[in-house]
Design a protein around this ligand. Structure first.
Ligand SMILES: [Zn+2]
Length: 591
């Protein structure tokens, strides 16, 4: 089977709504085959991202991204076409034909890198439970991680003497890939490579579809750094990946909440306590891309970082970013100065789950921080504290909410509300304007053309008989949708059928946008096919022809008037004759 045939087979057996639904909370639009949600590709507050079940495409009217199920997976997972296909095939249990050797080299490389990571994960796991894994097992025992949890999270052990380079070379892995995988390093003295991770407890890091794409390794000796992470590679973009998101997303979708913790062990601890909707940003400060990934699955975030100074600072930074993406935020500071993992061990799962719900809104948490930082006995100190809160307040998207928070904070910090509002207004004047509003769905097409395009898409066989008539219309080039119609008719003529995705791909960007807009904004009853499509088509063509003639007659009448005013009666008479001719023609119209 060629990869093209396979693509078609696969496309027919996966449902774009189900695939996208794993990444975006979609809402079915009453009675139609359309779904709507917040776009995962740009920042928005009102949904302009549509998925069309019948036509199996998605379209965002905010950022204009759109396409079929493959384009979606490629975009959201950062994959090449081949890997996207592979991923969808695996998820649906459809065997994949072997790739052609000349298949897109970038895709092939990513696929190889992914294979190396799977191999590495297996080796690390074998080592953990093998004879040399004793120190790592001992560490896990101390941290209260049982075998079942360790297996569930694919934990492993990188032996002090390494082993990956040997394994990869035995498997005939090409040399440049060793370094590019981020798992092996080239020796500075002498030839050859060595393992990046040695004598560490290994945490596989997955992408959102559950493939191992990187590792974090915790030292089991006194080596620095304590945690070592994979470098960026073609398959690992640190700023985009959240640890455990592929497991957490289902729970988050159910509860509408995501718990954000700092480290791998915290994720394991919370998961073991039954809080499955838990993620960590691994090895980086929280980024906007990571927050957007959270937002695709939940509206609310509970930030539960370590109680130390570093943790509090990280929480503070994270809040600013979470606010930028307009998430509802609570901050959970566990009593007794414990981190999530320790707290669960000491107080149990139930207590932890309760603490998560009890956390204060982030403003009270921030205000608490401010009170600890500034001298609250002096007016100047209280004002300082308020200024510390200002950036967060200004990030609130709603104006009334901003004012309410200002008031609330004023009384909490015992600052004169008037003075506070003054400060607030001055700062507000410097506020950068909000991003451009989301684009409205394009309704630019006249009804007649909308009907015509629908007929072309739904009844290509019938339309084929009228293709020449449509193309011969004098007014064809003036139609707003003539680009779409021409491309569609060309395809019908050449292939005897119409493939919607192929049509989309052959259009200019603005035409593609128009076409998706048409189908995404259709309601079921509009799309319901006419009893007699051929008759409907003839009616359309007739109408177009009549419109055309009317325009011509109007033009002629205008010319007649101009000729009369010039006194050129001969010309006026000639023009009047032509106008009458057109009128007669209209009366004997075939359509
Ligand atoms: Zn978008």
């Amino acid at each position: 089977m060629s990869s093209f045939d396979f693509k078609e087979t696969l496309k027919n057996s996966v449902d774009i709504v189900r695939v996208i639904g794993d990444y975006v909370r979609l809402q079915k639009l009453g009675g139609s085959a359309r779904y709507r949600g917040l776009c995962p590709f740009h920042n928005e507050k009102t949904p302009s991202f549509y998925v069309h079940a019948d036509r199996q495409f998605f379209k965002c009217f905010g950022c204009a991204k759109g396409g079929d199920v493959f384009s979606f997976v490629m975009e959201i997972e950062g994959l090449g076409f081949f890997e996207a296909m592979k991923l969808l095939a695996e998820k649906n249990g459809i065997p994949m034909p072997a790739p052609k050797p000349d298949f897109d080299p970038a895709s092939r490389k990513k696929a190889s890198l992914q294979d190396l990571h799977e191999m590495a994960a297996r080796l690390f796991q074998e080592s953990l439970f093998g004879p040399r894994g004793e120190p790592a097992r001992e560490y896990l025992k101390q941290r209260g991680v049982g075998r079942k949890l360790a297996e569930e999270f694919g934990l492993g052990f990188s032996e002090p003497g390494g082993g990956l380079v040997r394994l990869f070379q035995k498997q005939g892995v090409e040399e440049p890939l060793l370094e590019e995988s981020g798992l092996c390093l080239r020796r500075t003295e002498g030839p050859g490579y060595f393992d990046r991770f040695r004598n560490r407890l290994m945490f596989p890091i997955w992408n959102e579809s559950g493939k191992v794409i990187a590792f974090g390794g915790r030292t089991l000796a006194e080596d620095q750094p304590k945690y070592l992470n994979s470098p960026e590679t073609p398959i690992y973009r640190k700023s985009h990946v959240l640890y455990n998101l592929h497991r957490a997303r289902e729970g988050a979708r159910k509860s509408g909440r995501m718990v954000l913790v700092e480290g791998y062990m915290d994720v394991l601890g919370a998961h073991a306590a039954g809080v499955k909707e838990v993620v960590a940003s691994c090895g980086t400060a929280l980024t906007n891309q990571q927050v957007r990934a959270i937002k695709r699955h939940a509206d609310r975030v509970v930030v539960n970082f370590d109680p130390d100074q570093a943790g509090a600072n990280a929480a503070e930074r994270s809040i600013q970013i979470l606010l930028e993406e307009s998430l509802q935020i609570r901050v959970c500071s566990l009593p007794g100065g414990l981190d999530p993992d320790e707290f669960v061990k000491t107080n149990g799962a139930e207590a932890y789950r309760m603490e998560l719900e009890r956390g204060p809104g982030y403003f009270h948490w921030l205000a608490e921080r401010a009170r600890g930082r500034f001298d609250m006995r002096s007016a100047e100190g209280r004002m300082e504290a308020f200024r510390f809160l200002l950036p967060a307040i200004q990030k609130l998207p709603d104006k009334l909410e901003r004012l309410a928070v200002v008031n609330d904070m004023a009384s909490y910090l015992r600052v004169e509300p008037g003075e506070m509002l003054d400060q607030f207004r001055r700062a507000a004047a410097d506020r950068t304007p909000p991003r451009a509003l989301d684009v409205k769905i394009d309704q630019a097409l006249p009804d007649l053309e909308r009907v015509l395009i629908r007929l072309v898409v739904h009844h290509p066989g019938i339309v084929a008989d009228y293709a020449d008539t449509i193309l011969d219309l004098d007014s064809f080039a003036e139609l707003a949708s003539h680009g779409i119609l021409a491309a569609a008719l060309r395809q019908i003529e050449q292939q005897g059928r119409l493939d919607f995705t192929q049509l989309q791909a052959s259009l200019t960007e603005s035409d593609a946008h128009l076409l998706s807009a048409l189908f995404a904004s259709d309601t079921e009853d509009v799309e319901r096919t006419h009893d007699d499509p051929a008759a409907q088509l003839r009616a359309c063509l007739g109408k177009l022809e009549r419109d055309q003639q009317q325009r011509q007659r109007k033009q002629l009448r205008q010319l007649v008037r101009e000729a009369e005013m010039r006194g050129d009666l001969a010309e006026a008479l000639k023009l009047m004759e032509r106008e009458k001719e057109l009128a007669r023609l209209a009366a004997t119209q075939v359509f």
